[in-house]
Write a protein of this length. Sequence first.
Length: 459
Amino acid sequence: MDATQIKAVYFVGIGGIGMSAIARYFLHQGMTVGGYDKTPTELTQRLIDEGAHIHFEENIGLIPTECLNPESCLVVYTPAIPAEHSELQYFQRNGFELQKRAQVLGTLTRTLKGLCVAGTHGKTTTSSMAAHLLHQSHVDCNAFLGGITKNYGTNYILSPKSDYVVIEADEFDRSFHWLRPWATVITSTDADHLDIYGTEEAYLESFRHYTSLIQEGGYLVLHTGLKMQPDTKAGVTTYTYSREEGDFHAENVKIGNGEITFDLVSPLGNIPGINLGVPVTVNIENGIAAMALAQLAGATEEEIRQGMASFSGVDRRFDFHVRTPQMVYLSDYAHHPAEIRQSILSVKQLYEGRRVKAIFQPHLYSRTRDFYREFAEALSLLDDVTIVDIYPARELPIPGITSKLIYDNLRPGIKREMCHKEEIPDIVRRGGFDVLVTLGAGDIDDYAPLITQILNEKA
């Protein structure tokens, strides 16, 4: 279907964070936007308020009339939707053009200069930082992000005048292979999604292939020390926290009094006096990568300095809900062992000497099966851990795979317990901590408002 023919777009699985960003794009283009999702959420309500036609049951009769013409309606679907979904089957039987979300984003990277962020972790924060740096600069940008930015209250930025689009390049289901980046960062390649890839070798090969898709004359900004070897003719630079290895790196790092400052050393021009708007140590590296993309796109030294200081973060990424001298509560989306480890180390460094407790909800049976030892090792950096039942997301249970696998492998002597998620409020009321962090990519964040209320009442 030629782009000029599209008058309506229908999303099968519209409520996902990435899908909703594209839905917003088409709404801004003045098209009819319809969609199905399993459950109503704040995000789907916001889309409805913006003009989308959304329903929450599999029912072809609820699809908007404008979305029933295969000559003018594009159907976008997420791989998380099961193949037997009745609406998806209807579109497949009736000659509609169906595209994955990543295919739509790939089309945009052929018409705009794609600034993409790939990697097992750090994608959302780094891409959101890059988008903010550019949007508040003279360069500006469009952006499709994997989280709701606090600066803009959305996961989507539209700028018709800009030639750049910032995209979170998702490796799940090899989605990022649809992209054609002008410049890309790769933050990490720790094995994940083995339910899709099968082996670590296949996972690394997927990233290698991704690097071959960079446009001629483009750029690859690669974190040092990754196992993956790139396959690209693009200009390759490296980044890291440590000044011994990365072309882009930090110097004169100062951490204290709730602030983190450092100097960026860059082959494109050093920038002294960077002040992190979200002062956690993991954001030093995220910030270095984001600033590298911003410099490649032409943002100035002062624009970058101001942008880093004014970046407010992303929902569920080191998201502070309570921050008083007596009590701190934050939630973090970390759901891979390496992310959990980095999150815990950042919290402990920021609140050295304080009693830190984590409540962790594992995400996916397959990920728990593949990494339960690594999860236990990371969580054992703490002295107090509560582990919630596994959040299944798209999966059916796997016999013998429960949260107890992680629980049983925690280091001896650690304070530990297991619970159902409904018991979380009582555990919070019981106290015994100075800093609380809830971890996971499931629905544990639904308890954040109640946890916040409980802790504020205890203050």
